[in-house]
Design a protein around this ligand. Sequence first.
Ligand code: ATP
Ligand code: MG
Length: 314
Amino acid sequence: MSIVQVLKLEKSFGDFKAVNKISFEVEKGEIFGVLGPNGAGKSTTLNMLATLIEPTSGTAVINGFDIKKDTKKVQEIIGLCTSSTKFFWDFNAIEILNYYAMLYDLDSGARKRRIASLIERFEISEFQNKKFAELSTGMKQKIALAKSLINKPKVWFLDEPTNGLDLEVSKTVRKVIRDIVKEENTTVLLTSHHLSEVEELSKRIALINKGELVVVGSIKQVKDGLNFFDTIYFTLAKQSDASQLEFIKKIEGFEYIRVEETRVLVRARSPQKLIGKLINGLENKNVKIYDLEIKRASLEDAFLKLIKGGSGSK
Ligand SMILES: Nc1ncnc2c1ncn2[C@@H]1O[C@H](COP(=O)(O)OP(=O)(O)OP(=O)(O)O)[C@@H](O)[C@H]1O
Ligand SMILES: [Mg+2]
């Protein structure tokens, strides 16, 4: 059964509907991506699920608890981290983590063990005694992430967790997300503007635009539904004859071929499976090529098409 059920969730600010009756479900143990352009309603959705703001109508059920009726229970089993978490500036990492750990019903042994393991996981010890105000953005974000994991949440909400971080810290954060999901059987709802990050971490996504749910499903389903093809490019050696390429059209699976002088573009849904046939065919026809490259349709292509209602990847 789904661990998160979002049921016609709506949030209005005055007359403005920031989130318009959206419904979707998240399975236990998955990293679910919530995507959408600026102002789409992603943070508002996560903030409602994390019980920071009240829905105007609709609700959600998290691990069997209703966010409206069982708010306290929900708070005990979730964690939320945003990219702009602020703490007491004069506190250091240990003091901050201790402070938040006290809010949960943990005995002092369990509290100490949890904090120690988070400090290790996020490599916080090297700056654990520095005041929060004196830390870099990356260090601050590590503390914010650790704080949101203090209670070993069953559902971990991450609102742009790598926003503003350098490549190395972002990589560490992605690794920790994967490790936590694996080791603690946590479920993650993640928003990000880095689509490659979502593609790396998530199998399933929801796309929100102007408060409306545009699509929900696996990244593959979303791409397939939009009729996206991967592309193979290759360059012919000079002496090769482009008229010899007609055979490609007869190979089942290749949908489209375009030849521009020596540059050839072939579209297919699963080119990995067809590449052997292509190479064999080229050899049989004695067509020599210099290079060959497979370019996969990206989530970015799908995203832009869905948001702009465009006509697909170029
Ligand atoms: N407290 C508020 N009062 C009024 N309007 C709000 C409030 N919070 C959010 N909004 C509006 O609701 C809409 C959705 O905002 P939200 O922060 O959820 O978007 P988002 O998808 O998280 O965008 P971003 O990618 O920029 O973080 C925006 O138009 C925003 O201006
Ligand atoms: Mg946001």
